[in-house]
Design a protein around this ligand. Structure first.
Ligand SMILES: [Zn+2]
Length: 106
């Protein structure tokens, strides 16, 4: 029962994110602007909450992911933190295009 609920939650979350990406990339400028104003803060809040949860401690380890038996070999910071950071700071498509969008004055 709970598995079904969780998989439904996961599915709707992923569909929501896919919709955001789709609208951002295919929508007209007005749609994209509306989307940025209404959804960006929520997405940023979600990412910040995730990062807060996985912030490395003074030893560079994640309190959330640390477990008794693998804490000593756990790479620091944890995978969730690293992956989030990489996704947000690495431009894997076209960096020129991203900069153009960021700096474009409309
Ligand atoms: Zn973690």
């Amino acid at each position: 029962m709970s598995g079904t609920v969780f998989s439904q939650l996961d599915k709707s979350l992923r569909e929501h994110l896919a919709t955001l990406v789709h609208l951002a990339s295919t929508g007209d400028d007005e749609t994209a602007a509306d989307l940025a104003r209404s959804e960006m803060p929520r997405v940023v809040a979600a990412v910040k909450a995730l990062l807060d949860e996985h912030t490395p401690d003074e030893h560079g380890r994640c309190r959330t992911c640390r477990t008794r038996w693998w804490s000593r070999r756990l790479p620091a910071p944890c995978r969730a933190y690293l992956t989030t950071q990489l996704c947000l700071t690495t431009f894997d498509d076209d960096p020129t295009d991203t900069r153009t969008h960021l700096h474009r004055v409309s």
